[in-house]
Design a binder for this molecule. Structure first.
Ligand SMILES: Nc1nc2c(ncn2[C@@H]2O[C@H](COP(=O)(O)OP(=O)(O)OP(=O)(O)O)[C@@H](O)[C@H]2O)c(=O)[nH]1
Ligand SMILES: [Mg+2]
Length: 458
């Protein structure tokens, strides 16, 4: 168990993005935050930061020791424990040019603060007990969210919904463990039937909750990381039109000339809340020159690396041999056949592929159905629920899977009347795995790895 040792030093970092903006903010956190602030900032009303109430903002100037004015600024203070880190925190909002913010930061560093490491504010919030580890990790999910649904999932985890669910599992495991230990401590007592039933209920409840959580791992991963959808097919079937329809923007050039698209085009889209990289490819079949050869090579590579392939066909014309050749060439099992131009009379002879959706990129007919089919396929056929408690981190999934396996071993041991010590050991292992997720019990190197993935200033 990692023990909070207290933090000797006061840290400082620029917490706004690099570059030019209206305002840039330098944050100080630690026991000397107000002392450092007092050395670099002079309030116009002549008051001292040490006397300011928490959550108050003061106008003044950032000045060097020699009295040179660096910038005019607002300083805000948050007093421990009511702050992001639970330490004394001061924030200096100055002009948002890179030179201005850096000058303010450097002044803080010359006056007793040390540069914060990546994620160190959030790490302190965790080590000081304001949030648990799963919540700390959700901070980055919130920052990195590319769609509303991903943002809401991150916010829910930040609020502690995953942690609450894991605590419920943990409690059921601890109840079961207490039941087993009662048997171990008083083996002469006849095990009462009611107790045995309560034990089974606790174990079944824990197992059900673990399985339900693990079932969300796929949705969680695609919500966090997004998917790559590659649109391919022979020339003129409407690949670029489909890309534009999904983006609701005329991003790719569309003409009735076969071979319009000559390069691979990638665009970020939001499809039913899932961040999607949509890739339009060249429909070239027989390259005529070096440019087209390269276009074909890139199209093939895109198809190979896709999470989902949309093979577009022209449903208004009879199928050609090349359609079959193309379909056979795509080895990606996550392929949907998209029969386009459904606004025109359908041509005969189109065979039935396991996953076929009829659409019209022109009139948007069938587009919602296609979107739903894409997301379901990305979730391996399961419903993609982005609204409940979701596992979205491989570390959490691994730990929970191991917890589930330990639990199954415990249940088997009890059923097979193996000495109950073995089941108790497995339940303890399962509890430990849960505690690694929430950070109750986690190695320092795991913490290092998690927080080093954060940005500086968070
Ligand atoms: N009627 C009808 N025409 C469509 C539809 N989708 C595309 N088209 C037309 O089909 C032609 C080709 O469309 P594109 O989107 O450029 O086709 P593409 O597959 O990207 O073609 P290349 O880039 O040349 O491989 C254009 O004239 C489009 O207006 C549709 O749903 N219905
Ligand atoms: Mg095109």
């Amino acid at each position: 168990m990692y023990q909070y040792k207290g933090f000797e030093d006061t840290i400082a970092a620029i917490i706004t993005p690099a570059g030019t903006g209206g305002v840039g903010i330098v944050r100080l956190s630690g026991a000397d935050a107000f002392a450092v602030l007092a050395r670099v900032f002079t309030a116009r009303d002549g008051t001292q930061p040490s006397a300011w109430p928490g959550f108050s903002v003061h106008y003044g100037r950032v000045t060097t020791g020699a009295g040179d004015v660096v910038d005019e600024a607002l300083a805000a203070v948050m007093r421990a424990p009511k702050s992001y880190t639970r330490e004394d925190v001061a924030e200096i909002s100055c002009h948002g040019g890179p030179a201005a913010v850096r000058a303010v930061l450097e002044l803080c560093l010359e006056n007793g603060a040390r540069l914060a490491q990546p994620g160190e504010y959030t790490k302190r919030a965790f080590l000081n007990g304001r949030i648990d580890l799963a919540q700390a990790e959700a901070v980055m999910d919130v920052i990195n969210a590319r769609t509303d649904a991903a943002l809401r999932a991150g916010e829910r985890q930040l609020k502690g919904e995953l942690s609450t669910e894991l605590d419920a599992v943990r409690q059921a495991l601890l109840n079961a463990l207490a039941g087993i230990e009662a048997v171990l401590n008083f083996p002469e007592d006849d095990t009462d039937q009611g107790q045995a039933a309560a034990l089974r209920d606790d174990l079944a409840a824990a197992r059900g909750r673990i399985e339900a959580l693990l079932a969300t791992a796929k949705s969680g991963r695609i919500l966090k990381e997004g998917i790559k959808v590659v649109i391919c097919g022979k020339p003129n079937v409407g690949k670029s039109s489909l890309l534009n329809a999904l983006l609701r923007a005329p991003r790719a050039i569309v003409t009735d000339v076969a071979g319009t698209t000559r390069d691979v085009l990638e665009e970020a889209a939001n499809i039913n809340g899932i961040p999607v990289n949509l890739v339009d490819t060249a429909g070239i079949l027989a390259p005529r020159d070096k440019i087209e050869e390269e276009a074909v090579r890139r199209s093939r590579a895109a198809v190979e690396s896709a999470d989902i392939v949309l093979l577009v066909l022209d449903g208004s014309r009879p199928p050609e041999a090349v359609d079959r050749v193309l379909a056979a060439e795509i080895r990606n099992p996550h392929t949907i056949h998209v029969r386009n131009k459904a606004d025109l009379p359908a041509a005969e002879g189109h065979g039935a592929h396991a996953r076929t959706v009829n659409i019209s990129a022109l009139t948007r007919l069938g587009l919602e159905e296609l979107k739903a089919a894409m997301i379901t396929l990305a979730c391996d056929g399961a419903a993609c629920d982005t609204r409940g408690v979701i596992l979205n981190d491989i570390r959490h999934v691994d730990a929970l899977r191991r917890a589930g396996e330990a639990l199954v071993r415990a249940v088997d041991a009890l059923r097979d009347k193996v000495p109950p010590e073995f089941a108790a050991e497995d339940l303890k292992l399962a509890v430990n795995e849960l505690d690694a997720i929430t950070g109750r019990n986690v190695d320092e190197d795991v913490l290092e790895r998690i927080f080093s993935g954060f940005c500086i200033g968070k």
